[in-house]
Design a protein around this ligand. Sequence first.
Ligand code: NAD
Length: 413
Amino acid sequence: MFGQGYVGLPLAMRAVEVGFDVVGFDIDTRRVGRLREGVSDVEDVPDKVVAAALDSGRYTATSAPEACAGFDVAILAVPTPLRDGTPDLSYVLDAARTAGAGLRPGALVVLESTTYPGTTEEVLGPLLSEVSGLTPGIDFHLGYSPERIDPGNERWKLTNTPKVVSGIDPPSLRSVSDFYGALVEETVEVSGTREAELTKLLENTFRHVNIALVNELAMFAHELGIDVWEAIDAASTKPFGYMRFTPGPGVGGHCLPVDPSYLSWRVKRELGYPFRFVELANDVNDHMPDYVVRRLGAALNRQGRAVHGVRVLVVGLAYKRNTGDARETPAVEVCRRLLALGAEVVGADPHVDVARFPVPVKRVELTREEVARADAIVLLVDHDAFDLSLLEDASCVVFDSRHVLAGSLVETL
Ligand SMILES: NC(=O)c1ccc[n+]([C@@H]2O[C@H](COP(=O)([O-])OP(=O)(O)OC[C@H]3O[C@@H](n4cnc5c(N)ncnc54)[C@H](O)[C@@H]3O)[C@@H](O)[C@H]2O)c1
């Protein structure tokens, strides 16, 4: 299992649970060190699960590439970020080189990382072949299966979320489907790896575009004096043909701000024209942190105050509820803009390691005292761990970007 992060670790634990011998290979030696001590970096995987996997004798965490040799199945769950707006496949390529060096006839290699259609066949297969001297489809099986993990989701887990599976040919598909069939309740076979790669990008682009739609609507509605939240609640009563999405301070995480751009990059490169929906959605969603700061500034202005010099308490630094994942979180941009305007910014988030937060924000707890010290408060994420009534009782400006607070001084996105 290449990559023991948000995707790879839950998968590794599940594979151990159903009886596979699993080598969890990760180049992050600190992460591997913690795993060896039974400590998980992933909220959805409790420490005790890692400890049980270690105790079973069927799980080892390692950074030693030679430990990967001779596998039956290799899963690649490594990062696929954007670098200057362009897909960065370097982690996939590195993992593929290591996997290729340990590849033997009859084995199966599956890519789980989110990527543009064509990666498995055009990039991964040839590299594995070059390193191993083996031919995909003849000497080994090759497939793609997108991860649908939703960190913090109690209802839909790895095992009960249908898993899309694909292979470069029917025997590869069979092999991929059999492997995942042992891990999850339902597999969904698609005819080729490109279709599976596109499936993941379609799912994330769909979310991205719909969030942008309600974000843009929220900005219009505010100016028109219409309660967009009431309209969304009412629309959500329609039992067919409508799916609820809610406005927010911007999109974050490893998926939504990144994945749709993989698709637009591919469309632009292959076909020469832009994927307009994605570009528009990026535009709207990227603008939301700025909009939040402007609304907060306007609220302060109505009190005759400037953003400059005020103490702003930012509540929630993660990209969504009940997770400590701060990758691409809109909180970074909100804090950066407030600091640039001369505010003193303090941040409360019990889940996020502020030392790894890329903006210098002083970490505080969400307490009555902190609320009293603030001149303005922005709620970005409504973690269960927060006592939100403290914000409702605040005597300063409170900007609620999640529509979860009541209170006379609360202003909602
Ligand atoms: N996190 C999610 O919710 C989610 C959901 C669906 C899909 N994905 C996709 O899954 C992929 C992995 O995402 P993640 O969230 O698990 O990332 P992550 O950063 O949590 O974990 C990736 C791990 O891979 C390791 N790694 C990097 N290069 C390596 C290499 N050459 N060999 C072995 N390990 C290596 C990193 O050290 C890291 O620990 C990405 O393509 C992402 O888009 C993520």
